[in-house]
Design a protein around this ligand. Structure first.
Ligand SMILES: Nc1nc2c(ncn2[C@@H]2O[C@H](COP(=O)(O)OP(=O)(O)OP(=O)(O)O)[C@@H](O)[C@H]2O)c(=O)[nH]1
Ligand SMILES: [Mg+2]
Length: 313
C-alpha cells in the first residue's frame, strides 16, 4: 500500500512523514500531495492571528479541544518563528494539558522562514494531508507578523484575530491591518484591566469595517488560560462557517484565495531558485563592493546586476 492509502486509512505517522518531505522541498512527494489535494477542500480551515504573546497558541489549543468535543476531527498547524520545526512540542504541551490525547488532535508545527501570511510554505500542504487523514477542522496559528498576516486569508475560511487589553493607541495601524482580516475578533487576557474598554473600542471599529457579505464581525472576550470565552468562540466559529457556506460567492472566494496562494508560492520558489545564483555571482560581488565603498547607490547597483545577469525588465 502506498503512503496516500496509509494516510487515507488514518495512519498518523505516514501523514507526518509526507508533511516533512514537503517541508524539505522533496518534489518526489508532490505526486502523493496531488492525490490528497484533489480530495481536499471541504475541511473548515480556521486561521488564528494576533500580536506576539496575545495568547494565540493557548486559545488555539482550547478551541481545538472544544471543537473536538463537538464531534469535529481536529488538526492544528502552528507556525514557529525560528528555523527549526517539528512536532510542535510547546503547543502540544498546552493542548495535552487540556486532555487532547483522547480527542485525537493532530498537531504539527512548521518553521516559518519568512513565507508571506505569517504561515509556512508547507502549511497549505499540511492542511491537505490532514484532511486526507480525516480531519475536518484545521486550526492554523500564524506568527502574528502584522500587515503580512493579511495574506493568511489565502488559506483560511474563518480568521480569528486576537488582541489583548495591553495594546494601546500606538499600534493603531498594525491593529487596523489585523482587524481587516478578522472574521471574529477576540480580546484575550480579559483578566487584565481595560478589557471591556478595549472590546468596546474595537467593536466600534469593527462595525465601521462591516463586511460586504453581511457577516457582522463579533468582538468576544476570553481568558484563554482558564478557558473562559472558548464556548462563545466555538459558537462564533460555527456561525461564521454557516454564514459563508450558503453564499454563492464562496466558490469564487476560494478560487481567488487559491490564485493568490499560487502567486505567493511562485514568488517564493522563483526567489529560492535565483537568489543563490545571483548572490554567488562575480557581478553581485563587484557591484556590492561599489555600493559598500560609496561609489554607487544600491538602486543603480541592483538595476545593473539584473541587467548583466539577464533578468532586466
Ligand atoms: N493573564 C493571562 N495570560 C494569558 C492568557 N492567555 C494566555 N496567557 C499567557 O500569555 C502568554 C503567551 O501565550 P501564548 O498562547 O504563547 O501566546 P501566542 O500569541 O501564541 O505567543 P507567540 O506565538 O509567541 O506570539 C503565556 O504565558 C500564556 O500563559 C489569559 O487569558 N490571561
Ligand atoms: Mg504561539
Amino acid at each position: 500500500m502506498g503512503i496516500v492509502d496509509d494516510i487515507l486509512g488514518g495512519d498518523v505517522r505516514s501523514a507526518a512523514r509526507l508533511i516533512t518531505r514537503i517541508e524539505n522541498g522533496d518534489t518526489g512527494a508532490y505526486r502523493d500531495l496531488a492525490v490528497l489535494f484533489s480530495r481536499a477542500g471541504n475541511a473548515h480551515i480556521i486561521g488564528v492571528t494576533g500580536p506576539a504573546g496575545a495568547g494565540k497558541s493557548t486559545l488555539a489549543g482550547q478551541l481545538a479541544v472544544e471543537m473536538a468535543r463537538r464531534g469535529r476531527r481536529v488538526g492544528i498547524i502552528a507556525t514557529d518563528p525560528s528555523s527549526v520545526s517539528g512536532t510542535g512540542a510547546f503547543l502540544g504541551d498546552r493542548v495535552r494539558m487540556k486532555g487532547a490525547e483522547e480527542q485525537d488532535i493532530f498537531i504539527r508545527s512548521m518553521a516559518h522562514r519568512s513565507f508571506p501570511g505569517g504561515v509556512a510554505k508547507a502549511s497549505a500542504a499540511a492542511a491537505y494531508v490532514m484532511e486526507g487523514l480525516g480531519k475536518d477542522c484545521i486550526i492554523m496559528e500564524s506568527i502574528g507578523a502584522g500587515q503580512s498576516d493579511k495574506d493568511l486569508f489565502f488559506l483560511c475560511d474563518t480568521v480569528i484575530t486576537i488582541f489583548t487589553p495591553e495594546y494601546g493607541d500606538d499600534i493603531q495601524l498594525f491593529k487596523a491591518g489585523l482587524m481587516e482580516i478578522g472574521d471574529i475578533i477576540v480580546i484575550n487576557k480579559s483578566d487584565k484591566p481595560g478589557a471591556d474598554d478595549a472590546a468596546r473600542e474595537i467593536g466600534i471599529a469593527a462595525d465601521r469595517n462591516a463586511r460586504s457579505n453581511g457577516w457582522h464581525v463579533p468582538v468576544l472576550l476570553s481568558r484563554a488560560v482558564s478557558g473562559e470565552g472558548v464556548l462563545d468562540l466555538a459558537d462564533a466559529v460555527e456561525a461564521h462557517r454557516q454564514a459563508v457556506k450558503g453564499q454563492e460567492k464562496l466558490a469564487s472566494r476560494k478560487a481567488e484565495h487559491l490564485e493568490a496562494f499560487l502567486t505567493a508560492l511562485l514568488k517564493e520558489e522563483l526567489w529560492q531558485a535565483v537568489s543563490s545564483r545571483i548572490t554567488g555571482h562575480d557581478v553581485f560581488r563587484e557591484f556590492s563592493n561599489e555600493v559598500l565603498s560609496g561609489r554607487m547607490d544600491p538602486y543603480s547597483a541592483v538595476h545593473i546586476i539584473l541587467e548583466r545577469l539577464g533578468y532586466e525588465k
